[in-house]
Every structure is written in structure tokens, then in C-alpha cells.
Design a protein around this ligand. Sequence first.
Ligand code: CMP
Length: 224
Amino acid sequence: MDERELLRTVPIFSELSDADIASLARLSSRRRYPKDTVVFFENEEGDFFFMIVEGRIKVTILGDDGREVILSVLGQGDFFGEMALLDNEPRSATAIAVEDTELLSLNRHDFQSVLADNRSIMSALIKVLAARIRKANHQISTLALLDVYGRVARVVVDMARDEGRRLKDGRIAFRRATHQEIANRIGTTRETVTRMLKDLERQGMLHIEGKEIVVQPDFEKVFD
Ligand code: CMP
């Protein structure tokens, strides 16, 4: 795909005219990031806005002791790196490719002029930021109100909702995140996640099938 076709797949640009997409394509650069590459670190100065063409980016905060909290995992069509450009503060989190990933980037100046020239992008961007605050609020309530068993169950519900595909028999299948990744989303240890998932599997609430987790259709009702 050329840059213009790629930009068409980014939802915040969906209302741009062909001419605007073509000029955006000229301004953006395309680059591959192999699995585990850091795109940027928290607290660095930020001069670029990124869009995900292919792959997945983990947005994370790293503690001094090597522990990490995963704020979000973003996928194809999502963008990141806008905050430092909007408020002129340093990067609020670290961005790491969790699989081989391809990104398009725009520099600060071009990002700002694209925003200034297109009201549709500005309102689409605000909508996404609102959705991110909703999700963050959900995450805060998960961490503050649920015990660790409830947190594991809720993260499974969230992954099924965000990434799941429905099988013919009605069950929902989704990518099997590593136990460490789940632990880092909900502030617990890998061992605890392993124990809780085994527990849920024993109760027949979920099944591990190869690279996927499969849950019963009513899993959500039981735990949400
Ligand atoms: P910036 O602060 O420039 O660099 C880190 C980026 O991570 C940030 O911009 C956002 O694009 C993204 N980000 C930060 N917090 C969240 C969150 N809670 N959910 C999704 N993305 C986030």
C-alpha cells in the first residue's frame, strides 16, 4: 500500500479530501520498528506524532525497580505521541513495539498545521482522547475497587470486548496476552495471574486454546 492508502485506514483522517490525504502523505515518513524496539521514552522531549500502519504499540510507565504499568496497547489505525505536541510537555509514557510494527510519523510543525487546517481531524482527535479518558477511568476503578481475582476477570472481559471475535458456537476468542502483560495491566505478579487463570479455567469460564483464550458468551455478565 502507498502512504495515501495507509492514511485512509487511520480513522481520524477518514473525512479528509483526496487532495488533503495526498499532502499529508507527502509530509509523513514511514518506518519499521522490530519487536521490542522503544519508539520513545517517558520524559523525553517529543517532536513527532505517530500512526500505526501495522503491528502493536505498548504505552507503558516503567518504575525504577524495573516493574511496569501498561496504560494501553494500541493497534492498527491508532495514533500516539499527540500529548507532548499538544501541551508542550515531555512524553507522558514510554512507547514500545510489542511485535514487528510499521509507523507513519509527522513532525510537530506539520502535525500542528494539519490540525489547524482541518476541523474534522481536530474533532476526531478530541473524540479519541475522550474515549481514552473513559478507558483510563474504567482502569482506575478496576484497580481501586476490585480484589486481584476481580481484576484478572475484568481484564479478560476487557480483552474479549476489545479484541475478541465470535466463534460459530457463540464463544469469544482473543489473542492470548502473556501472563506478564496481564499482570502489568493490573498491578499484580505473573504468578498470581497464572493461578487465577487456572482457577477460571477449572471453573469452565475460559479455555486456553493455542495462542488464544476462549471465553463463554456469558463470561462478561458473570464478572462485569
Ligand atoms: P505523549 O505524552 O506524547 O507520549 C506518550 C503517549 O502515549 C501519549 O502522548 C499518548 O499518545 C499515549 N498515551 C498516554 N496515556 C495513554 C492512555 N491512558 N491510553 C492510551 N494512550 C495513552
